[in-house]
Structure formats: structure tokens, C-alpha cells
Design a protein around this ligand. Structure first.
Ligand code: GLY
Length: 372
């Protein structure tokens, strides 16, 4: 029978994770890539970029969450195996992008936070330097490579965590200042009057003028890509925790209110909130990320934030009841993740959706050790 108390639900879910994840690790070992999605019951890598694929930090991050909740050393060992593989990306650094934040904050950065391991502190500080090197003095962090010198995307709000962490590690304020300049630009140019967010803003890289707001992974230009909203909620809540600046918390709330006004009674976000209702395209990643972001906000708001925590619980439970595959032959958890609206990767497994689902369980258990 389903538990009504969220902490009891989280305890029961952790028991199921402890049964499921060891099989997922067994399937990852011996592979020369890090898990991204699943085909025919086997892990598959990201579709491009090899070891530089942007989600490659989420597998070790999932291991750290499990290690933190269980103390089982097998999770630590698997995280370290993945982190050694990630060194190949440093050797190929011209292909790296702003998602070095995702790749190293929650892999090596979490390792250092939990164990104090110096080698992993070095890796994460090095990655922070790569991210800081992408800063355009017009006030934004460049997202992608090649001819996209002026492109910034909402997803980068999550990468800022690595910069705040690096300032705490090194005592050098540059990293945090870059993060804040970028977040300030996002408030000005990405967040719309109704609290929704653009996915992409293209700036003139020389003058800093915003010249275009094209469609991205959502339905079209001007629509509401749910995962972008989720990155914004969580990213601004993180910026508030690291800086204490109220405008970041206010922005997180505005985007969260817009998200919750659109999610619908099933608590399972559509890939794009204003796309046509047929076909129904869900994105479990957006739900899991937003749930963690709402809980981060609720922690910051105290009693006034309880409605956000309650929404987060509803979202995690809806994912678990309707979209988690607990069977032993499938290594992943979530089944309805969507890469982007107009590509074929709909309703598949994605490692970062699983990561945020597990982080959500850890948060409901009251654990505090691993924070972006
Ligand atoms: N950061 C890319 C995505 O959310 O798909």
C-alpha cells in the first residue's frame, strides 16, 4: 500500500533503489562509456560528443547520492571509476562546453564534499576554470562552441553551482562574480513577464545586445519548454543559497509559480507546456529536476515554502507510481524522459532524470550532505 507520509514513502523508495541500482552498476562495468539511456535492457552512451557528452557527470553523481544514503562502498568505487574515465574529457577540452558544471560539480565536487579527496578537488577546480573561461565580459557565459559565440541558454543556471563552489574552495571571488553577472543577465533577458523562461538568447558577442530568441528543445520560439523552466527554478534557488540575494529567490518563485500553474492534475510535466496536446509528450526529467528545485526553494522560504515542498512530493510520487520501471532487467528508473520536442528521443530513459529522482528521495529523507 502506498505510504501517505513523504518520509515513509522515501524510506520505502530507498529500499527499492537499494535492490535496483546494484544491477544497473553491474551493467555499466566494463563499458567504455558512461550510461546515458537504455536500449534493449542495456546502457547506451550519449548520441554525440563521446566522453564530453554533457550528462556524463550524472552517473557518478547518482553513485554519490546512493553512497551518502547507504554507506555502501560499492557506490564510491563506481563513482571513482567514472571520474577516472571523465579525465579523458579534460584531454579533449576544446570539445567541452558550459556543461562542465554538470560534469564535475556533482562528480568530483561531490566526492570532495563527502570524502575530502584532494585529487577530486583539483579536477573540479580545474573544470571551474574552464567554465569561467567561457565568460563573455558583456555579462553571459557562452553555452556552445563553433559559430555560437553569443549563445547562452537557461540550462546554464545549474552550471553556476560549480563557480560558487570554486570561490568557496579557492577564496577567489571571480568565480562567484561571473556566476552572478550571468544570473543577472538571465533575469533581464530570459525571464518573461509571466514568469516563464526563454530557452536560448543570442547576444551580439561584441556589444552584448540581445539579437535573437530562437526556439530550442521546446515546441517553438516563444513557447514554454518545461525542462528549461525546471533548470531556472533550481538554478535561481541555488544562486540564492550561495549569495543570499533576494532577487534570485524571487525569480525562482516566479518561475516556479508559472511552472505549477501549467503542470496539470497528473503532476507529470509535458515536454512543452504550450505545445499541441496531441501527441502527448511528457518529460520526466523536467518533473524530477523541478521537484528538487522546489524543495531547495522550500528550504529557503521556511514555513511559507511548504506548498512548494508539497508540490515536489506530488511530482516525485507521480513519477514513481506511473513512470518508474522497477524491474531488474532494466537498468534505468524513469521511462518518459524526452530529449527535445522535435527529435525522436521521446519517452526514453535518461540518466539525469534518474539522478534527480534519487536526489529528491535523499532530500525527503532529510539528508543535507550533497548540495549543488
Ligand atoms: N542541458 C540540456 C538539456 O536539458 O537537454
Amino acid at each position: 500500500m502506498a505510504a501517505s507520509n513523504p518520509a515513509v514513502w522515501a524510506e520505502q523508495t530507498l529500499l527499492r533503489l537499494k535492490q535496483k541500482i546494484p544491477g544497473a552498476i553491474e551493467k555499466a562495468q566494463g563499458l567504455d562509456f558512461l550510461p546515458y539511456t537504455v536500449e534493449n535492457g542495456q546502457w547506451k552512451p550519449g548520441p554525440m560528443d563521446g566522453i564530453c557528452w554533457w550528462t556524463n557527470g550524472f552517473w557518478p553523481a547518482l553513485m554519490w547520492q546512493m553512497y551518502d544514503m547507504t554507506g555502501e562502498v560499492a557506490y564510491l568505487r563506481e563513482a571513482r571509476r567514472a571520474q577516472d574515465m571523465l579525465d579523458r574529457a579534460f584531454a579533449d577540452f576544446s570539445r567541452l562546453h558550459h556543461d562542465v558544471g554538470f560534469m564535475w560539480r556533482i562528480s568530483s565536487g561531490f566526492d570532495y564534499d563527502l570524502t575530502g579527496d584532494q585529487k577530486n578537488r583539483e579536477r573540479a577546480v580545474f573544470a571551474a576554470n574552464l567554465l569561467a573561461g567561457r565568460y563573455n565580459p558583456n555579462g553571459f557565459i557562452r553555452a556552445w562552441n563553433d559559430d555560437k559565440a553569443g549563445w547562452a541558454i537557461i540550462d546554464c543556471m545549474m552550471n553556476l553551482s560549480l563557480l560558487y563552489w570554486a570561490t568557496k574552495q579557492t577564496g577567489d571571488p571571480r568565480f562567484s562574480l561571473i556566476a552572478q553577472r550571468h544570473a543577472d543577465t538571465v533575469i533581464r533577458h530570459f525571464i518573461r513577464p509571466d514568469g516563464t523562461s526563454e530557452h536560448i538568447v543570442v547576444f551580439d558577442p561584441v556589444t552584448g545586445e540581445a539579437v535573437d530568441k530562437p526556439g530550442g528543445q521546446g515546441y517553438a520560439a516563444g513557447t514554454v519548454w518545461s525542462r528549461g523552466q525546471a533548470w531556472a527554478i533550481y538554478g535561481f534557488a541555488i544562486s540564492y543559497r550561495h549569495t543570499g540575494r533576494q532577487e534570485y529567490l524571487r525569480t525562482a518563485r516566479r518561475v516556479a509559480d508559472a511552472f505549477l500553474a501549467r503542470i496539470g492534475g497528473d503532476w507529470l510535466p509535458d515536454c512543452d507546456f504550450v505545445a499541441p496536446k496531441d501527441p502527448v509528450l511528457k518529460d520526466d526529467c523536467a518533473g524530477a529536476i523541478a521537484a528538487c528545485g522546489l524543495m531547495e526553494m522550500a528550504d529557503a522560504l521556511g514555513e511559507t515554502g511548504e506548498a512548494y515542498r508539497s508540490a515536489a512530493v506530488s511530482m516525485l510520487r507521480a513519477l514513481e507510481e506511473k513512470h518508474v520501471d522497477w524491474s531488474a532487467d532494466q537498468p534505468a528508473l524513469l521511462t518518459h524522459c524526452t530529449g527535445s520536442y522535435h527529435t525522436a528521443d521521446h519517452h526514453i530513459a535518461m540518466v539525469y532524470g534518474d539522478y534527480f529522482f534519487v536526489e529528491g528521495v535523499s532530500r525527503l529523507l532529510g539528508r543535507q550532505n550533497l548540495r549543488w
